[in-house]
Design a protein around this ligand. Structure first.
Ligand SMILES: Cc1cn([C@H]2C[C@H](O)[C@@H](COP(=O)(O)OP(=O)(O)O[C@H]3O[C@H](C)C(=O)[C@H](O)[C@H]3O)O2)c(=O)[nH]c1=O
Length: 185
């Protein structure tokens, strides 16, 4: 397993060891001991999630307030997404900064996104299956959203390059997301 910090130091790109042969491939998509040894993260995971979306769907930027903040270990098992974490920890030296990476069924890459960050992704292929583990349970009362297009964050979503004129958002992400400067964090 190769672990690489991104532009936000504790957002980690994880490249698992993949065993390919004439039948296809095998890799350990999660191993608690190996994950903790490679990342230094020992938080337990309590929930697995799976969403499927079509090209242009953008889910996010979402987070849960303390004490229900979720760490997320995210991956894609079909298609490809551009996955983004945003540092919304007021005391962080990278407050307001974003970090992104393409996660795909082909590259097997995963991202570790620590509790306290906002997270989202846009789907780059006809469909994408997005699977992730979280370190705390879903709590609607603690869930908040930040606008995907907040100019103060300036995420460089690769929309045009993938023929996406306008992302497809949920009603909640259309109307309930705030600018970082006005967000409840
Ligand atoms: C997240 C979640 C949702 N739900 C229910 C609530 C809604 O009835 C339905 C769809 O939820 P939502 O539209 O919030 O799903 P996403 O837009 O994919 O939300 C996720 O998107 C971004 C990328 C994230 O990082 C978060 O994990 C999460 O906010 O599933 C549950 O029952 N449990 C859950 O853990």
């Amino acid at each position: 397993m190769q672990v690489t910090p991104l532009a936000i130091a504790d957002v980690l790109l994880i490249e698992p060891k993949v065993f390919g042969d004439a039948r296809g491939f095998f890799f350990e998509s999660f191993n608690q001991e190996a994950f903790t040894r490679a990342t230094g993260v020992s938080l337990p995971f309590v929930q697995d999630n799976h969403s499927r979306s079509r090209r242009g769907v953008l889910r996010g930027l979402h987070y849960q307030l303390a004490p229900k903040a979720q760490g997320k270990l995210v991956r894609v098992t079909s298609g490809a997404v551009f996955d983004v974490a945003v540092d919304i920890r007021r005391d962080s030296p990278t407050f307001g900064r974003w970090a992104g990476s393409v996660l795909s069924a082909d590259n097997h890459h995963q991202l570790w996104i620590p509790p306290g960050l906002a997270h989202g992704f846009v789907v780059l292929t006809d469909t994408a299956d997005f699977l992730y583990k979280t370190t705390d349970y879903y709590s609607p009362a603690h869930e908040r959203a930040i606008r995907w297009d907040d100019p103060a964050i300036g995420i460089e979503w690769p929309l045009a390059a993938h023929g996406i004129a306008q992302p497809v958002l949920s009603d909640k992400d259309q109307t309930g997301a705030r600018l970082l400067a006005e967000a409840d964090i």
